[in-house]
Design a protein around this ligand. Structure first.
Ligand code: NDP
Length: 452
């Protein structure tokens, strides 16, 4: 008897189904589309993946938990936000992925991030599945005690759904060392267990050295590997960076250390352009501004003469050799991509998750510039999180040098997997390479489990 999958559905029909089942979830649909086109091409002659409906299953989260987060502000008003945990896929290990606190968070954003995370974690080679969580709570302008009360309330519900062998969250936008401390403290208080249930912890209580630096450093290592593969290097190159948070500042530091010149940084209000270069001292000043004084990037121009501030703008029109979007999703569109290409940008590594729109990505693809997608380029953070889980399980703590070497090796390994699956006619399509390499490991594990 003929099976319904004798004729695998084509990409358009598959995407119509995704759109129908996820109405209005534009970020999620975009993330699936970006992966699906490469996976369809790769699995064309691999009937087993079609029969088992592998991509259809990865694009349907294992579960989504949605909950109310109620907290009291400093004026004794009762505030109500929404919290989520999207557990996308645990075929190759416990769910793993960050928590985001930002007013733009909704189910679509977290589903896209959890979907992407599944492929990214697979690329690291470590045993981690994909998940993501967060809240529409906006930490900006909140006092320290308000942040603490919100984190405690958030964890009071989340703790039912996570565990060191179940789901291990970490930080993301709006969730840094301070928030992880409050979240971990509340988990420990409720469960009476000290266990590696979160990563990105302080080094005093089980955090891994090198975790804060890992995403930014790793993204620069990936950029360096792409350049070296093409006979180039970072030394002497100019770079534009967006964002001024954890990923952006560490990427900037690493670029400077490797001889690059960083020209821009940004926040959600605008960007600063410093033609003299944003050196180590200036980056330290930005870190203090963002992490301690909780200030805005526009204050930079009052401190450093020669720099300009561009309100409401993004840095993609500034002439550069290299670009690193490190702020948020869809911050680089088709016009921005054209502008980068026309201005001579030769390589781009995404520190943020899905910062480039599908149309922007197509411009890079057509122009054949080296384009390292987030799921490969920013995987260093989750990789060191995976190493934090190992250290917690073994009750030991490794030194920075060892972790730095492991991170370098991991990023080079991810680069090589992208080349293996993405090289064609002498050019490397890093998006395709990352999608296929990330998919294959998860897909093969799912095949082993049978239908579930
Ligand atoms: P942070 O909260 O430390 O910093 C985020 C930065 O991006 C801030 O400068 C922020 O500006 C800016 N930003 C946030 N939202 C927007 C927006 N809508 N438009 C413009 N700028 C915005 O976050 P991270 O540095 O940790 O994360 C940045 C990106 O990297 C995210 O995409 C995240 O998912 C990704 N990532 C992070 C990892 C990590 O280890 N932290 C791991 C892998 C990926 P403002 O202060 O104005 O909000």
């Amino acid at each position: 008897m003929a099976s319904v999958h004798d004729q695998p559905v084509d990409l358009d029909t598959f995407m119509e189904g995704v759109e129908k089942r996820n109405p209005g979830q534009t970020e999620f649909i975009q993330a699936v589309q970006e992966v699906a086109q490469d996976v369809f091409d790769f699995t064309q002659d691999k009937q087993e993946y079609h029969e088992a409906q592998i991509l259809r299953r990865i694009a349907e989260p294992d579960r989504i938990v949605s909950f109310r987060v109620c907290w009291e502000d400093d004026d004794h008003n009762i505030r109500v936000e929404r919290g989520w945990r999207v557990q996308n896929n645990n075929a190759i290990g416990p769910y793993k992925g960050g928590i985001r606190f930002h007013s733009s968070v909704n189910e679509s954003v977290l589903k896209f991030l959890a979907f992407e995370q599944t492929f990214k974690n697979s690329l690291t080679g470590l045993p981690m599945g994909g998940g993501k969580g967060g809240s529409n709570f906006d930490p900006k302008g909140k006092s320290d005690s308000e942040i603490m009360r919100f984190c405690q309330s958030f964890m009071t519900e989340l703790q039912r759904h996570i565990g060191p062998d179940i789901d291990v969250p970490a930080g993301d936008i709006g969730v840094g060392a301070r928030e992880i401390g409050y979240l971990f403290g509340q988990y420990k208080r409720i469960t009476n267990r000290w266990e590696g249930v979160l990563t990105g912890k302080g080094t005093e209580y089980g955090g891994s050295k090198m975790r804060p630096e890992a995403t930014g450093d790793g993204a620069v290592y990936f950029l360096r590997s792409m350049l070296q593969h093409a006979g180039e290097d970072i030394e002497g190159k100019t770079a534009v960076i967006s964002g001024a948070g954890n990923v952006a500042t560490h990427a900037a530091e690493k670029l400077v250390d490797l001889g690059g010149k960083v020209l821009t940084m940004s926040d959600s209000d605008g960007f600063i352009h410093d033609p003299d270069g944003i050196d180590r001292d200036k980056i330290d000043w930005i870190k203090c501004l963002k992490n301690e004084r909780r200030g805005r990037i526009k204050e930079y121009v009052e401190e450093f003469s020669g720099a300009s501030y561009h309100e409401g703008k993004r840095p993609w029109d500034v002439e550069c050799d290299l670009a690193m979007p490190c702020a948020t999703q869809n911050e680089l569109n088709e016009d921005n991509a054209r502008s980068l290409v026309e201005n001579g940008c030769m390589a781009l590594a995404e520190g943020a998750n899905m910062p480039t729109t599908l149309e922007g990505g197509k411009v890079f693809h057509d122009a054949q510039i080296m384009y390292g997608p987030g799921k490969a380029a920013n995987a260093g953070g989750v990789a060191v999180s995976g190493l934090e889980m190992s250290q917690n399980a073994e009750r030991i703590s490794w030194e920075s040098d060892r972790l730095g070497d492991m991170l370098t090796e991991l990023m080079e390994g991810i680069h090589d997997k992208c080349v293996e699956y993405g090289e064609k006619d002498g050019a490397v399509d890093y998006v395709r390479g990352a999608n296929i390499a990330g998919f294959k490991k998860v897909a093969d594990a799912m095949l082993a489990f049978g239908v579930m």
